[in-house]
Ligand binder design. Sequence first.
Ligand code: GTP
Length: 597
Amino acid sequence: MQERIRNFSIIAHVDHGKSTLADRILQKTRAVSERQMREQFLDSLDLERERGITIKAAAVRLGYQAEDGREYVLNLIDTPGHVDFHYEVSRALAAVEGVLLVVDATQGVEAQTVANFFLALEHDHVIIPVINKIDLPSARPEEVALEIEETFDIPAEECLFASGKTGEGVDTVLEAIVKRIPPPKGDPDAPLKALIFDSIFDAYQGVVPYVRVFEGTVKPGDVIRIWSTGKTFEVDRTGVFRPGALERTAGLGPGEVGWLTAGIREIGDAQVGDTITLEAHPTDAPYPGFKPAKPVVFAGLYPVDTQEYNKLRDALEKLKLNDAALDFEPETSEALGFGFRVGFLGLLHAEIVQERLEREFDLDLIATAPSVIYQVTLKSGEEIEVHNPSDLPDPTLIEEIREPYVRLSVYTPEDYVGPIMQLLQEKRGQMITMNYLGKRVELVYEVPFGEILYDFHDRLKSLSRGYASMDYEQIGYKPGELVKVNILVNGEPVDALAFIAHRDKAQTIGRAIVEKLKDVIPRQQFAVPIQAAIGGKIIARSTVRALRKDVLAKCYGGDITRKKKLLEKQKEGKRRMKAIGKVEVPQEAFLAVLSAG
Ligand code: GTP
């Protein structure tokens, strides 16, 4: 049986066509009838479809009749395509023996192509390069094949050409999966060793871990043990992934990819990367490399309507059932009232969570600017972690502040190297290496994570006319000359607007923020001073001028559609206003720091 199994993943840079190719493979294997076929089948949340990104790994089992006349089982494990989900990608890759490395024939190799290639290489996987989108007039597949040869040392002849859109070349891809990727190994009688590569929460079944069995067998009635927590559960059901459905099986053996239910109620008991074994016959070593999901970015989330605090808490609790990386604790802000400080894997994760809260739970929220986690050593010797800039203790009490760093790889055509290096310098980056890969350059830097959090990606894209791409991983903490900047509106410090910055950049950022606030805070009946301050020292200021009556008249004198639009805008704005003292401050103001870095 194992001989006829092929476990594989598709990896690609964002938008190079991974989901489209997966759809086409599903269709070719007739796993899904044309009628059933929804676009982007593997992305199951509505949100994912709308945004066109994959946020949660999924799997599907397909039957394929190969040219040799035999029936094969192909398990396709989907991987998220965004850097926020780096760890999940590495766990999905741990579950397979080979990958399709999809590269857009018009774009060539990009940062995540390289990052994903090395992840696959670390696992000693068979790598099948697939040059996709060959139907496009601007496609240059031969050139990209040479680029792949140069970059990855994979002979250009091994590249397959395909189009997920038209289906051209997809048969060859399927044959290559069967011929080039080896079948899984493993002893059905050995102690159970199953890796959790994803999990979902079901209201009735509880947490459903998705597993890849490496050794042994698991079946209903077995008592399993979760390696990291030591907790035990009795298996209720096991099964495999059919397109759009979870199909039950009598058990799961070595090499198989499937799911199980065992009345697990907490997502923390079935985290991605953990190992499942049998209580009665345990393995002696887990699958290596387990890292519990840990948030790296925190932001405040507050209900616009203070009555909705409990509703927000319930919603966060519900989302957490499904999302081990989501972390939250109650927080009180003088400016915004009662809310939560919420931890995320990155900005994309933060955006997705906020959108789900608003859409699925019908909440109106004010979000404060996301911030990294600072480590602080106090003069007293005490160590603290700061999740919210306004919690940074008085400078006289601080011995040292440390900020998180990432190892950042930027991948760019050589023409843009100069401006990108300048940008990296501005972001306090330190160059580690610079590699030429044909006409492309890989720049590797160590940069403070906080510096690339907000506008870095956008600036990188605009500097390089869209051609440069990036990838990063956390590498730990380093001390820095960091200060807290307070923002005062109408003379009052607003805790939710405080931020932490490098001493040398505090004034520039402070200036940019007060200017931005001047524009986004609506005019009131009186002039509103806005100031940025370090301790008692004002470092920047601006003023929202008082309202003049004729401005309004002019504004609303236009044609009817314009007027309607304005009124709607005003309504939308109203929903997201918070009164700070006598001043109404809109949501946008709390994110001003995002565009000021
Ligand atoms: P993420 O899920 O965000 O990582 O993207 P992806 O790599 O899954 O890309 P996706 O399949 O969503 O495709 C990205 C865009 O390219 C979509 O607009 C597709 O319609 C288009 N596309 C994908 N494959 C092809 C192809 O073979 N030919 C053409 N012309 N367009 C394609």
